[in-house]
Design a binder for this molecule. Structure first.
Ligand SMILES: Cc1ncc(COP(=O)(O)O)c(C=O)c1O
Length: 282
């Protein structure tokens, strides 16, 4: 496996960073994940735009153009002989000694990227849906920035795994924010409800495509926080991220939810993703 680190393509095991790297010491860094279908990357510009937004918010300079970064993704795909590729990109504020909380003057950002085979959820599994649990949302007030500070998310996903669930649906003040690594939607009265894009949630790139597809299909979307209780009364509940597109939720905290399988709204929206990916075949 070949990965990319600070301008070099290296065997994955030789990609090591400095112990004073601020990504490691402070979680002072950003990341992005996107994928290709039949070698064609989907949404890469949108993912990089989100990284630039995060970089502005945390005052991190990104001295690479989108074309340069996208070029690295293509090269890694080729070097690793992949056709459906999951790209992981991380940028940190770099290494500086001695450790200080404030930004060091002389640090240069660390950039690395890995590429691995992306998994596509088999149709039967997608139709059946997944279990979730609910948990209090314990994260900070800037969840719109995709930083590598993922400890609350990691703890939530670990609790999900220990409960035989796919993800944890996070709730703040009785309202659903998002999942541990997904955005969350409830369908009620033929309308899709999802948390607005604000500092309480990550503006998922998949969420953005879902909103576009919903508009094209004439499905109304209400971007307002919805109450936790709706998780059990909604006609459909589904989650989204780049690695799953759309997955229906059939059971939450051990109680049936979302009609128990994929409903018509999730099916119609997923159909648009599927069509888009089919269109990428050479
Ligand atoms: C907290 C959180 N919300 C939502 C998402 C979904 O975002 P995207 O659709 O860009 O993958 C992710 C993805 O990692 C996430 O970590």
């Amino acid at each position: 496996v070949i990965s990319y680190l600070n301008g070099e393509y290296l065997p994955h095991d030789r990609c090591t960073v400095h112990i004073d790297d601020r990504g490691l010491l402070f979680g002072d860094g950003l990341y992005e994940v996107w994928r290709s279908h039949h070698k064609v990357f989907f949404g890469d510009r949108e993912h990089l735009a989100r990284m630039r937004y995060g970089a502005e918010q945390i005052r991190l300079a990104l001295p690479w153009s989108d074309d340069e970064i996208i070029g690295v993704a293509h090269r890694l795909q080729e070097l690793n002989g992949l056709t459906d590729t999951l790209i992981y990109l991380q940028v940190t504020r770099g290494a500086a000694t001695p450790r200080t909380h404030h930004f060091p003057k002389d640090a240069r950002p660390t950039i690395f990227m890995t590429a691995r085979a992306a998994k596509t959820t088999p149709w039967e599994e997608r139709q059946a849906g997944v279990k979730c649990i609910t948990l209090p949302d314990l994260r900070w007030a800037r969840c719109d920035i995709k930083t590598v500070n993922l400890l609350p998310n990691a703890l939530a996903r670990q609790a999900a795994v220990e409960n035989g669930a796919y993800d944890a649906i996070l709730c703040r003040d009785g309202f659903v924010t998002e999942g541990g690594a997904t955005n969350v939607y409830a369908v009620a009265g033929g309308k899709v409800h999802t948390h607005p894009k604000n500092p309480r949630v990550l503006g998922g790139i998949t969420r953005g495509f879902i909103l576009t597809f919903a508009a094209e299909l004439g499905i109304p979307v209400i971007e307002e926080p919805f109450p936790r209780e709706w998780l059990w009364t909604a006609d459909e509940v589904f989650i989204s991220s780049v690695s799953i597109d759309i997955l229906p939720v059939n059971c939450i905290d051990g109680r049936p939810a979302g009609g128990g399988k994929m409903g018509p709204v999730a099916r119609a929206l997923y159909g648009r993703f599927h069509e888009t990916y089919q269109g990428m075949k050479l």
